[in-house]
Design a protein around this ligand. Structure first.
Ligand code: SF4
Length: 317
């Protein structure tokens, strides 16, 4: 089994909001990501998955808990270690348009990180940019153009080239295909999969629906209102979803793929409750068809129910 690259322990990110209240965007999450694997993270909007991604990249600081990358704790990094991690851990954003400076040519956007880390200069720098463009399916002449001259899918390819430019080990892909046409989504997923092999990358792949992450993920975590509800290998999760929330998400996937077991649609009642005032006990209880008295009184424990298959639900305690 490959070594652990990223380890998260009891991670919390709570934001103070008006009225002395707190949004518990990430609330006591522990997980690890092995070197070379893709961990998919799914959940509805407001589940905290992007907040978790930002913490892992170091764009935000936790309220408590710890994150380690290659055994280095984010809380105790020297300046040199911080600089290395800033290069080795990259993010690809959901909206490729908003994340590219409209006044810069593509070649300069991609070269920013190369310059910042002094990875190459002159002719070598130029060739690196051309190689990166080709690697993501664009052409060297595209280096002279501006972001508005590209389609959404091409802009996401540019975002990927920019992330690759600094030779990362780990990439957080935060809903990288959600803003793209369905016809383009598969192309970008395939590109990410190819690059993972070529560049020996590890991914945290964030998406809002399970169908999207199935093909790219080795393991999948399901989040709801800042908590992890279930975590298992992609195969186990699809064959045997344990948590009622996962079962509901699964039932909503259109069954065009014959490898998926046909399930009756489970329609969730209403929207997720406010993360400012989440339900007591199990946070999913207000929408769960199996809720029992204990679900309101006691928060379910995060447990390994089957080998490498974790969930937090009183149905399994
Ligand atoms: Fe449903 Fe209770 Fe399990 Fe929560 S703990 S998912 S409310 S059965």
């Amino acid at each position: 089994m490959s070594e652990v690259l990223v380890k998260i322990d009891n991670l919390k990110r709570h934001f103070p909001v008006a009225g002395k209240k707190t949004v518990k965007a990430v609330d006591d999450i522990s997980l690890f990501i092995r070197k070379g694997e893709t961990l998919g993270l799914v959940g509805e909007s407001g589940s905290g998955k992007s907040s978790l991604g930002r913490l892992v990249v170091g764009l935000d600081k936790p309220t408590s808990g710890s994150i380690t990358f290659e055994d280095k704790n984010y809380a105790n990094l020297t300046k040199k270690e911080q600089r290395i991690i800033n290069r080795e851990v990259q993010i690809i954003f959901q909206d490729p348009h908003a994340s590219l400076n409209p006044r810069m040519r593509i070649g300069e956007i991609i070269a920013e990180g190369i310059d910042g880390y002094k990875l190459s200069k002159g002719k070598e720098r130029k060739e690196t940019v051309y190689n990166l463009l080709e690697k993501v399916g664009l052409r060297p002449e595209h280096a002279q153009r501006y972001p508005h001259e590209f389609s959404g899918g091409q802009r996401q390819r540019i975002g990927i080239a920019r992330a690759l430019a600094v030779q990362p080990k780990f990439i957080v892909a935060d809903e990288p295909i959600s803003a793209l046409d369905v016809s383009i989504q598969a192309q970008v997923i395939n590109l990410l999969e190819d690059l993972k092999e070529q560049e020996q990358l590890t991914y945290l792949f964030i998406a809002h629906d399970l169908g999207m992450v199935k093909h790219i993920s080795d393991r999948i975590g399901v989040m709801y209102l800042g908590k992890m509800m279930e975590l298992a290998s992609s195969d186990d999760l699809f064959k045997n979803p344990l948590h009622p929330y996962t079962q509901a998400l699964m039932s909503a996937i259109p069954v065009a793929d014959p490898s998926l077991i046909k399930r009756d649609r489970i329609v969730l009642k209403g929207d997720p409750p406010s993360p400012v005032n989440p339900p007591s006990g199990c946070r999913f209880r207000t929408r769960c068809a199996h809720a029992m008295d204990i679900c309101a009184a006691v928060e379910p424990e995060w447990k390994e129910v089957e080998k490498d298959h974790f969930t937090a639900c009183h149905l399994y305690t």
